[in-house]
Design a protein around this ligand. Sequence first.
Ligand SMILES: [Zn+2]
Ligand SMILES: [Zn+2]
Length: 136
Amino acid sequence: MNLDIIQNKGLKLTKHKLAILKLFELHKHLDAHKINTLLNEEGNNVSAATIYRVLASFEKNGVVVRHNFNEDQAVYELADPNHHHDHLICTKCNKVIEFYNCQIELLQEEIAKKNSFKIINHHLNLYGICSECKKT
Ligand SMILES: [Zn+2]
Ligand SMILES: [Zn+2]
């Protein structure tokens, strides 16, 4: 559980924040709408405004990372600076698959080096159709 992050940042851990954090542990990649649905299923009625506020605060404090995989909805996941990964995104069902490939990572370093460029951060998103959607 990422409670340490929250407490280290001096954020107050409210009931809502805890409920949302728990969802991230289970589902990894979530948008605000999905969080709303999941909380409702748990019988936890949290307003959309509260969810947006919590997400904004989490993002600002480095608890979550925001991805704009498509134009409609920002997707969030728990920040984990020690475990870098990139993403495959299904454009039909919005499923997100994580991957890590050290050759790709090294190639990026090489490209940067050739350009005397220092990479601070990167997100590699590959868009396509997942195996489930390919069947239909
Ligand atoms: Zn990468
Ligand atoms: Zn991810």
